[in-house]
Write a protein that binds this ligand. Structure first.
Ligand code: ATP
Length: 522
């Protein structure tokens, strides 16, 4: 957590929270002072004291306001730092089907840390100062009676401890079920046309009801546990609150205490008990945020290679590669393959035979269970490549940004890449600053592929991987795109089931995967 906090603002916040905590002790002192003024019957002194008390009250209001502002600044800093950190950590190393859960973490869980941990932490600091300050006022009047009140308050603060484990567990359940809810909703909204088309709205509403119930129930259960803990504290506090008062009255009757001192101690003690009560509530809420903090701490910084200079790939050799997602189930068994610079290689095979798995091994995303991969004759090397997949990687920004990803390229290079990828008609019509909508909604399938290809040309990646990248296109567009990269100097490895004879001859090699083995067709 420390790394997300700005030390200067945090220290200032602690200071201001401490000063804000003086509000109640000051109120208590003012209250006993008023009693003293009444007995003193000195008008000039009364005017002086009332002026001082009023000025100090105004100062405390200003401090409270500054405290809130500093807390807001701290929260802004925390949010900024966490979000920036997550973008540089293994938080972003996720598979596509986990995206909604991560988004849920960014909204729901981080919000919970802010509300239930951060704000409560400063509240706790304020309250602690309140307790210390008010205790000093109280002790100044009667040590013994204050001791009775404080012992009573401390005992009440132990009660929430019995509930903290359950609260943390239920918070965790709530976070998980909210993640499930967000996954369900994003799935539902993304595919709403299919749902409506097949009259499946009722089933989805029923499914949604269950998921919503789970999430709202889990939140209710957690809040109930917090309420139950507070309930037992209340029961204790209110059942026995007259006990110390009784002790105080006996002390006054016995002449051990003046009435004014008793009133001061009793008044201070009410605040002390209330502050203890608030501290308990803060701690309860803070423990409910613990699972989210643990989750946040589990994301470790990742050193991503940000300066990927293009590697020159001469040969890529798979040497007796075996791989299985589960140890007992091999997807690939002792596969051998050699790819040379400029090769155009087609990989086919029935669905589920392991074609995508093989590509992921080639690119280093998966590590082989056995065997090794030699890049330019060396193992443990990586290389740069570009990809065109069935689902295009398009960003909600300008066309130019989609091509350059924010890096500087000369105008002539950009123009050349656009021309090579066959994007010129689009650029002529809409310009480089055309806004591309989320997921490339305002683009045709072919335009999306051309953008990805232009990006690859611009970055001068000499190794292109196409995983059913043209499967969704009409044959003419698919052929045009094929001709473009198969007639280029790029090294190409492609998975495709529907290669027409006209295109087939542009490949140098054709391999087929079946029964965990790679068979060379030509
Ligand atoms: N992340 C994963 N975890 C576990 N098993 C997986 C995973 N990804 C794929 N598989 C399994 O590995 C096998 C090969 O999958 P792969 O996606 O490589 O096949 P494919 O030949 O590309 O299929 P398709 O042509 O249908 O895309 C399949 O049985 C699949 O269920």
């Amino acid at each position: 957590m420390k790394k997300f906090i700005n030390k200067k603002y945090f220290t200032l916040s602690i200071l201001l929270a401490c000063l804000s905590g003086l509000e109640l002790p000051f109120g208590t002192w003012s209250y006993s002072e008023i009693f003293a003024l009444i007995t003193e019957k000195n008008i000039p002194n009364t005017i002086k004291m009332i002026t001082i008390i009023t000025a100090a009250q105004v100062l405390l209001v200003v401090i409270k306001y500054l405290n809130t502002r500093m807390l807001n600044r701290n929260i802004a800093c925390f949010n900024q730092n966490v979000r920036e950190y997550l973008m540089k950590s293994n938080f972003i190393e996720i598979s596509e089907n986990k995206v909604s859960k991560q988004i849920s973490f960014l909204s729901n869980d981080l919000n919970l840390i802010e509300e239930n941990y951060f704000k409560q932490l400063f509240q706790l600091i304020s309250m602690s100062v309140t307790i210390v300050g008010t205790s000093i006022v109280a002790v100044g009047n009667s040590f013994l009676l204050t001791l009775v009140f404080i012992s009573f308050a401390i005992f009440s603060s132990i009660i929430p401890k019995f509930f903290s484990k359950k609260t943390a567990q239920q918070s965790n359940n709530w976070s998980t079920s909210t993640g499930t809810y967000i996954t369900f909703m994003s799935d539902f909204l993304k595919n709403i046309r299919t749902v409506l088309n097949y009259n499946a709205l009722d089933t989805f509403i029923k499914k949604g009801q269950k998921i919503i119930t789970q999430s709202t129930e889990n939140k209710r259960l957690r809040d109930n546990t917090i309420a139950k803990s507070n309930f037992w504290v209340n029961i204790f506090v209110y059942s026995f609150s007259f006990l110390p008062i009784g002790v105080g009255i006996i002390m006054v009757i016995k002449g051990m205490l003046t009435l004014a001192s008793f009133v001061a101690v009793q008044y201070s003690s009410t605040w002390i008990i209330n502050s203890f009560y608030s501290i308990n509530s803060c701690r309860n809420q803070m423990s409910s945020a613990k699972p989210m903090i643990d989750k946040l701490n589990s994301f470790k910084p990742e050193k991503f290679n940000t300066d990927v200079s293009n590697s020159n790939l001469d040969t890529l050799i798979l040497n007796n590669i075996s791989f299985g997602y589960k140890a007992e189930e091999l997807v690939l068994d002792k596969v051998n393959l050699e790819i040379k610079k400029g090769d155009k290689l087609l990989l086919t095979g029935k669905s589920g035979q392991g074609k995508s798995t093989l590509l992921n091994l080639l690119t280093g995303r998966l590590k082989p269970t056995n065997g090794n991969i030699l890049i330019n004759g060396l193992s443990n090397k990586s290389f740069t490549f570009s990809e065109v997949q069935q689902t295009s990687q398009i960003f909600n920004d300008t066309l130019l940004f989609n091509l350059t990803l924010g890096k500087k390229f000369s105008d002539s290079k950009i123009a050349e890449a656009i021309k090579k990828a066959g994007l010129l008609p689009y650029v002529k019509r809409y310009g480089l600053n055309a806004i591309i909508e989320e997921n490339g909604k305002n683009l045709s399938g072919g335009e999306k592929k051309r953008i990805e290809l232009a990006r690859a040309f611009l970055y001068e990646r000499d190794f292109l991987i196409v995983d059913e990248g043209t499967a969704s296109l009409d044959p003419t567009t698919a052929n045009q795109i094929h001709e473009m990269f198969l007639n280029s100097p790029l090294t190409v490895v492609e998975i495709d089931h529907h290669i027409p004879p006209k295109i087939m001859h542009l490949f140098d090699h054709h391999y087929e995967l079946h029964n965990q083995q790679l068979e060379r067709i030509f």
